[in-house]
Design a binder for this molecule. Structure first.
Ligand SMILES: Cc1ncc(COP(=O)(O)O)c(C=O)c1O
Length: 383
């Protein structure tokens, strides 16, 4: 059986380095917010072209803490509305709720699975204060258009890059005709120090940059926001036992940071090998019953997931299983149909529903062998 994700195999190349690091960790005896977290924060900020990286407990907390920090700074207030894509993983929506803000769902584009900027303005009210674009499945949103909408309506932009570590815009996309900055996510190295939206990352083990447990981070260029975030993740304290604000305990774990420091060096090559497999799938899977994902072959996609669509998903999933291929559905139930969000169960989001009824994720990651990739292509073409 070709597993959808073989984490043990993916981490196997790092095992010797992990063991060496574990030995140093035990000898060092420093367990919380030590040199590994500092190192990771420095290196990941540089990797993203951001001024600051704040390591936190997980990707959900990364989002929650950004919202809470903005509330602390008076830039958001409880009850403000935040625009979110209706088809996101539920964590994006839970983060808004956990900060006592109100999520306003907007349909995605069927072609990209990302929020449809054309649907946003109709949802903006006097209470709308922020947009939360989610770079779903690893592909960046249409940030140029989203930033223009945010600017027009004076909205904050907070990015959910939990699935998109290392995705990059081309430099040209970043500059408008007046030479001012329009886009600022995960910039190229030459764009270090340009303004940068607060961006949330998850290092859940299955992510393109995955820890061996829960972990997350926030990147930002905003000095004031960064200082609040360093404090809020640590009981609202920067000096031990002095609490300046109401904080939480959501620190990036020292041992996870040590593992991430090892894996960060390989993130670009992990992403590159994912793109290589995606290119093969896109050129070699030829079946009228299957809709392949859109991609312009730039670095704007890191293929956290390769998501196809078909109107007979259950048959396809069963057929693939019978042919030794494990698949997954991201995601089977849209947020507005979840029991936990019962107030929204009556709402109608036809594009979102269609996506949730048709999507199927096929295996794609750097641990796949060439013959496995070929088998997946051959089997899909025979369906
Ligand atoms: C889009 C998105 N946002 C946020 C999160 C939350 O990350 P975590 O599981 O690390 O809390 C995830 C996790 O899968 C995600 O996919």
């Amino acid at each position: 059986m070709i597993q959808f994700l073989n984490l043990k195999k993916m981490n196997q190349p790092f095992e010797v380095a992990f063991q060496e690091k574990m030995k140093q960790f035990l000898e060092g005896g420093w367990y919380i917010l030590g040199s590994e977290v500092k190192q990771f924060e420095t290196d990941f900020a540089a990797y993203c072209g951001a001024k600051y990286c704040i390591g936190v407990g997980n990707g959900l907390d990364a989002l929650v803490l950004i919202f809470k920090a903005y509330i602390q700074l008076g830039k958001l207030q409880k009850g403000d509305e935040v625009i979110v894509p209706a088809n996101t993983y539920i964590a994006s929506i839970l983060a808004v709720l956990q900060a006592d803000l109100i999520p306003v769902l907007v349909e995605p584009r069927l072609e990209t699975f990302n929020i449809n900027p054309e649907e946003i303005e109709a949802k903006i009210t006097s209470k709308t204060k922020a947009i939360l674009p989610v770079h779903l499945y690893g592909q960046l949103c249409e940030m140029k258009t989203l930033n223009a909408i945010a600017k027009k309506h004076n909205l904050l932009v907070i990015e959910d890059a939990a699935q998109a570590h290392g995705a990059r815009f081309s430099v040209q996309c970043l500059i408008d005709s007046n030479q001012s900055l329009l886009l600022d996510t995960d910039c190229h190295a030459e764009l270090v120090s340009v303004s940068h939206h607060p961006t949330a990352y998850s290092f859940y083990p299955g992510k393109n940059l995955g820890a061996l447990g829960d972990a997350g981070a926030i990147t930002t260029n905003d000095d004031e926001l960064a200082q609040v975030l360093y404090s809020i993740r640590n009981y609202g304290s920067k000096v031990k036992y002095e609490n300046e604000i109401i904080g939480e305990n959501s620190r990036l774990d020292e041992l996870q940071a040590a593992f991430l420091n090892i894996k960060l060096k390989q993130l670009d090559s992990e992403n590159e090998s994912r793109r290589k497999i995606a290119k093969r799938y896109l050129s070699e899977i030829k079946n009228d019953k299957i809709v392949l994902p859109n991609w312009d072959f730039s670095q704007n996609h890191v293929f956290h997931l390769f998501v196809i669509r078909t109107s007979n998903r259950m048959d396809l999933q069963k057929y693939l299983k019978e042919n030794g291929i494990e698949t997954m559905i991201h995601y089977p139930i849209p947020p507005h149909k979840q029991k936990a969000l019962s107030d929204w169960n009556h709402l109608s989001f036809p594009i979102t529903d269609k996506i949730h009824n048709e999507v199927l994720s096929i295996p794609l990651n750097s641990s796949l062998e060439d013959d496995e990739i070929q088998h997946i292509i051959t089997v899909l073409n025979r369906f």
